[in-house]
Design a protein around this ligand. Structure first.
Ligand SMILES: [Fe+2]
Length: 213
């Protein structure tokens, strides 16, 4: 083998090594600015896509906030209902997390950009920020119920807007997934705030007077 050939082989193997080396610290301009639509061929006007991307990003930020509030309460719950609420809050957290993914992916397929990072979510959500400290279980439940109601209210309005604009997919996501899931979770939470005796029935309480007693 001539030295010339040898050099050629070395150069080849070095080139091979270069290709296997990860290219780190890369930077470039964004490929799509937030708020702009990269239209896909889904037979919907760009204006309709833009309107529902904006609506869905609001629902996304509120759903992410509710999801995270469930984890906070899952960790911090206290009292004799600790075990059942600890498990229930985690179950609802998982279901809200599935909604987050479905909403975010619908935003992307409408050609938009879904919010993702906590700081952006915090700037966008309309759900009040809970304190960092621990709260009593009835306060946690009330806070969650209020967040659910906020989401249900906006989801119903947005679902109607989607139907009117011919965006059936967004309507279906809001009605079949967001609204149905939130309504069901409200039921499971609200029943914990019905003041009934745990062991001995209270014969003295009359219907209609229970709240005042
Ligand atoms: Fe856990």
């Amino acid at each position: 083998m001539s030295p010339k050939n040898n050099g050629g082989k070395n150069a080849q193997s070095e080139a091979g090594m270069e290709r296997a080396r990860p290219i780190l610290h890369q930077k470039a301009r964004e490929i799509q600015a937030y708020g702009k639509i990269a239209k896909l061929p889904i037979a919907l006007d760009e204006k309709v896509c833009a309107e529902h991307v904006e609506n869905l990003n609001q629902i996304l930020a509120d759903t992410m906030t509710l999801r995270d509030m469930y984890k906070k309460h899952h960790w911090q719950v206290a009292g004799h209902t600790f075990y059942q609420l600890h498990l229930l809050f985690d179950k609802h957290h998982g279901e809200q997390d599935e909604l987050v993914d479905a909403i975010a992916e619908r935003i992307q397929l409408l050609g938009g950009i879904s919010l993702a990072m906590a700081a952006d979510v915090a700037e966008t959500t309309i759900i009040p920020r809970p304190p960092r400290g621990r709260e009593e279980a009835p306060v946690q439940l009330s806070r969650l119920l209020e967040a659910h109601e906020t989401i249900l209210k906006e989801a119903r309005t947005m679902a109607r807007q989607a139907t009117d604009a011919g965006d059936d997919g967004t309507n279906d996501l809001l009605v079949s997934d967001v609204i149905r899931t939130n309504e069901l979770q409200v039921w499971f939470l609200a029943e914990h705030l019905v003041d009934v005796p745990l062991v001995r029935a209270d014969e003295t309480r009359e219907v209609g007077k229970a709240a005042k007693a």
